[in-house]
Design a protein around this ligand. Sequence first.
Ligand code: BTN
Length: 329
Amino acid sequence: MGYVLRSVPVKMDSREKILRLLIQKKYLSGGELARICGITRVAVWKHINYLISHRIKIKIHPNQGYELLDLSNTVLPEVIRIELKTDILARKIIWYDQIDSTNEALKRMLKDDLEEGTLVIAEQQTQGKGRKGAKWYSAKGKDLLFSILFYPRLPYPYLPLFNIIGALAVSRAIRNYLNLSAFVKWPNDVLLNEKKVAGVLTEFVAEIDRLDKLILGIGINVNSSPKLRSAISLSKVKDTEICRVTLLREILMELELFYRKISQKKTKEIGRIWKTLSYHYNKIITVSCERKKLKGRSLGLDEYGNLLLKMGKRIKTLYPTATIKLILN
Ligand code: BTN
């Protein structure tokens, strides 16, 4: 499994403590767990059953103890938090077995003054949303579907950069963890073998001209078999089941690094990284923009994440409402 545990933090609920102890020791008796956590054996048993029903493989040895076999197929908060190296993102995690949309769930909670970085994650969405009113479909328990809350407190023009950093974080995480050549396609897609493997959807609340609250939703085809011919999943390319939680932790770490760059207004750096991971940088592309088709060379991003298109002698700035239709060379 490869999880290293240094210490059991003091402020942690019993379920998380049990899980961490099992990761550390692999095998423990109900009595030992009860003693260390200061709860009854029955309470231990209930927590174990909860973990098992949430896709954690634990073998129960009757009258002896519990053996942790595998936790690679779960994205429970207790598991995400293990080895998570972020400071801002996912300090608070809200998990759903099923929800309409993680973006919508987070939107409904905005009035509760949630802390920045709150992560909402679901095993299944019944009304997953894509860009421009499209739907986002995903099989239950197979993929990654999550949204993160940001309080950017930045001028409104910085909005497109959040799409950009979402796609860059996913692409970098896929490269680091799975060693696959994932590329970003402006404004919000991640491609693998020229097919879509992930998408980003940002929604926001702005006050006059300031980005106040921003929700960054990310959907990744991890272990599913997408029906669309234009889509692909990571497991299809790797030909093996992918550990969702490891990928998620990697994405959160990358996203936090990029978010710091935006906060420090080091956005040119983001533009430079984008060029190295872009599917269409310096290529001739056709862009659908306000019912017109514009053809030109894709030059890179401006400091706010808008796409610069060189058309003859003119450089046109494209906002993320535009869609790239075709790569011509
Ligand atoms: C796109 O490529 O069109 C964007 C897809 C974004 C999908 C994610 S899944 C998690 C979050 N919740 C949603 O309803 N949508 C985003």
